[in-house]
Design a protein around this ligand. Structure first.
Ligand code: DHB
Length: 397
C-alpha cells in the first residue's frame, strides 16, 4: 500500500539479505530510520542454500547486538579443520594456534534470525518488490523506485542509498565507469554442492585435495550434511544420479583415508567461482556493501562474513554522516572496508588455488602444490596464518 511508504527515509537499502538486514538493524539501534527492499520473497531467500561457517566476530555481531542467540543453541562450534592430502589428513587447530573458533551455522539461519528481529523491532522491510530503479545519486536526495508486492508503485527519497543487492547488483551498475574500477578473476572449475540426509562423516570440516579433484565435507545437523566437490562449470547437476555423486565423493576423500556416510541426496546445484571487487565502494550518496561490491570464491566461506564486516563499519560511518551531514564518512567506509576485502580476496584465492586440481596443471604445478600444503601443515607459522584468516582477522580497536 502506498500509504505505508514514507516518501522519505534516512537510509534506503536495496537488498534485504543478511547484509541489508543487519545494516538496518544496526541503524535502528543508532536511532536512524531506514527502509529495506528486496525483489525476492522472504521464502525464496530462506530456500537458497549458502555457506555455513561464521567467524567469531560474525557470531558476536548477531548475539551482542540482540539479533538472536539461537546460534549458540543450534550452531556447532568448530575448533579446527582437517586439510587432507597426500594420503593422510592434517588438523589445523584454531584454538591452539590463535585461540579462536568458528561456528557452523548456515546463512539461511542468519537470514531467518535477522528477518525475525526486524519484524520484532518494527523495521520496514519489503520483500517481493519489482521494477526497482535508483537514481539522483549525486544529489542531496537520491531515490529508489519500486513496485510493491501488491502492485503499487513507489518513489522513496533518502539521505543515503545502500546497494546490498548481491553479486548481480543493480546499484553497482549505476556508478559511472569513470568513477570506479573493477577487478575480476574467473576460475576453470566450480563446486557441485549437495545436501544429504545422513549422519555426519566427521566432527569437523574436511578440505580434501587429491589428483581426483577437491572435495569439501561439511555438515548441517546430526541428520543433514553439506558436501561439495570440484567440477566443470558447465556441469548439469540434474544429469547426476545419487550413485554417481557418492562414487565421485568417496573416490576423492578415499584417496586421503576417509569414508563417507551416505544417504539420500535432497538438493544439488553447481556454484560458480569468481573473484570480483568494485572500488571505491561509494559514489555520491550511494554506498555498496557485501556481494554487491565484492565476490569471493567459496573456499574458506568468507562471503557472508565479509558482508557482515562491511555493514558493521558502514553503520558506524553512516551514523557519522547523518550527524555531520557530510559525505567524507562514506569514503572512510570504503577505505576501511576494502582493507579487509582484499585480505579476504587473497585468502579465498589462496585456499582455492592451493586445494583445487587445475585442469592444465603440469607435473611441476602438482608437486609444487603438494609442497605448499606440506609447508602450511608442517609449520606453526604456516598453520597460524591459515587459522587467523579462517577464523577472521581480529578487528582493530
Ligand atoms: C561451507 C562452505 C564453504 O565454502 C566452506 O569453505 C566451508 C563450509 C558450508 O556450506 O558448510
Amino acid at each position: 500500500m502506498s500509504s505505508h511508504t514514507p516518501a522519505r527515509t534516512q537510509v534506503a537499502v536495496v537488498g534485504a539479505g543478511p547484509a541489508g538486514l543487519m545494516l538496518t538493524h544496526l541503524l535502528a539501534q543508532a536511532g536512524i530510520d531506514s527502509v529495506a527492499l528486496d525483489t525476492r520473497t522472504r521464502t525464496e531467500i530462506e530456500q537458497t542454500h549458502r555457506a555455513g561457517i561464521l567467524e567469531q566476530d560474525s557470531v558476536d555481531l548477531l548475539v551482542d547486538t540482540g539479533v538472536s542467540d539461537r546460534v549458540h543453541r543450534d550452531g556447532y562450534r568448530h575448533d579446527g579443520i582437517e586439510l587432507a592430502f597426500g594420503g593422510g589428513s592434517h588438523r589445523i587447530d584454531f584454538q591452539g594456534l590463535v585461540g579462536a573458533s568458528t561456528q557452523l551455522y548456515p546463512q539461511t539461519d542468519v537470514f531467518i534470525d535477522l528477518a525475525d528481529a526486524r519484524e520484532r523491532d518494527g523495521g520496514d522491510v519489503r520483500f517481493g518488490v519489482s521494477d526497482v530503479s535508483v537514481g539522483d545519486l549525486e544529489s542531496d536526495a537520491p531515490f529508489v523506485r519500486f513496485t510493491d508486492a501488491d502492485g503499487a508503485q513507489h518513489e522513496l527519497r533518502a539521505d543515503f542509498l545502500v546497494g546490498a543487492d548481491g553479486s548481480r547488483s543493480l546499484c553497482r551498475r549505476e556508478v559511472p565507469e569513470d568513477s570506479r574500477r573493477q577487478y575480476f578473476r574467473e576460475y576453470p572449475f566450480a563446486w557441485f554442492g549437495i545436501l544429504t540426509e545422513a549422519p555426519p562423516s566427521a566432527p569437523e570440516l574436511i578440505y580434501s585435495h587429491s589428483e581426483h579433484g577437491f572435495a569439501l565435507i561439511s555438515q548441517r545437523t546430526e541428520t543433514l550434511q553439506r558436501m561439495y566437490f570440484q567440477c566443470d562449470p558447465s556441469e548439469d547437476p540434474q544429469a547426476w544420479s545419487d550413485d554417481r555423486i557418492w562414487s565421485e565423493l568417496q573416490t576423492r576423500v578415499g584417496a586421503n583415508g576417509y569414508t563417507l556416510q551416505e544417504g539420500p541426496i535432497t538438493s544439488r546445484s553447481v556454484l560458480p567461482f569468481r573473484s570480483f571487487v568494485q572500488e571505491p565502494m561509494h559514489h555520491g550518496r550511494l554506498v555498496l556493501a557485501g556481494d554487491a561490491a565484492h565476490t569471493v570464491p567459496p573456499t574458506g566461506a568468507k562471503g557472508l562474513n565479509l558482508a557482515l564486516a562491511d555493514v558493521r563499519v558502514l553503520a558506524e560511518e553512516l551514523e557519522r554522516a547523518v550527524a555531520a551531514g557530510g559525505l567524507a564518512p562514506l569514503a572512510d567506509y570504503s577505505r576501511r572496508a576494502l582493507e579487509r576485502v582484499w585480505k579476504a580476496q587473497h585468502f579465498s584465492y589462496w585456499m582455492t588455488t592451493m586445494l583445487h586440481t587445475l585442469p592444465d596443471a603440469t607435473p611441476f604445478d602438482v608437486r609444487r602444490q603438494e609442497g605448499e600444503l606440506a609447508a602450511v601443515t608442517s609449520s606453526v607459522a604456516g598453520s597460524t596464518f591459515l587459522a587467523e584468516a579462517y577464523t577472521g582477522w581480529p578487528r582493530r580497536a
